[in-house]
Design a protein around this ligand. Structure first.
Ligand code: IMP
Ligand code: MG
Length: 179
């Protein structure tokens, strides 16, 4: 294990299997409709998952990214979520799938859902790789959910602590004495 990591929560193998499962679920869901699918990744955390996930969605699609700020370099979520970089694409009348690395309090997802609903997409669904259900403050319905994890600070597979650890190929628990 990388130094600073005390435990592996999701192994590399489990990561691969989870992404395959989600890709199959998403393919089955949108494949039954005449979808105009735009997959939106929330930067920076979702970039690794997003790259793997779109290759497991066996349908025509487009991608875009958005950057929201909520955490800074700390580990506690503020309810104050801001748009740092907006989409480059119009979403009106399209089928939108938002991709997130982790849903913790739900503040980020609930804000982005409200904001994008106002732009009149045809449909809006959400997918997250990790879910921390015990930390929820805002109630958000997750349509495609990877792995539920306990209330630990997770890093790897795109998730960071102070911008580090994003390149780990697994999800690990950070040594809490480092927080
Ligand atoms: P929420 O708004 O509290 O749901 O938090 C969502 C964002 O907080 C995620 O996109 C992550 O960037 C960050 N975050 C929440 N929990 C963790 C964690 O355990 N490790 C790393 N980042 C996290
Ligand atoms: Mg994030």
């Amino acid at each position: 294990m990388e130094s600073g990591i005390v435990k592996i929560l999701v192994t590399e193998e489990e990561v691969k299997n989870t992404v395959k499962r989600l890709g199959a679920e998403i393919t089955a869901f949108y494949g039954q409709k005449d979808a105009d699918l735009l997959v939106i990744g929330l930067l920076r955390g979702s970039f690794v998952f997003m790259a793997d996930l779109v290759r497991e969605i066996k349908l025509p699609l487009m991608i875009d990214f958005m950057t929201l700020s909520s955490y800074g370099d700390g580990t506690s979520s503020s309810g104050d979520v801001k748009v740092v970089l907006d989409l480059d694409t119009s979403i009106e009348g399209r089928d939108i799938l938002i991709v997130e690395d982790i849903v913790d309090t739900g503040n980020t997802f609930s804000k982005v859902i409200r904001m994008l609903q106002n732009r009149n997409p045809r449909s809006l669904k959400v997918c997250t790789f990790l879910n921390k259900p015990v930390c929820r403050v805002k109630d958000v319905k997750i349509d495609f959910c990877g792995v539920d994890i306990p209330d630990k600070f997770a890093v790897g597979y795109g998730l960071d602590y102070a911008q580090r650890y994003r390149n780990l190929p697994y999800i690990g628990v950070l040594d809490e004495t480092l927080l």
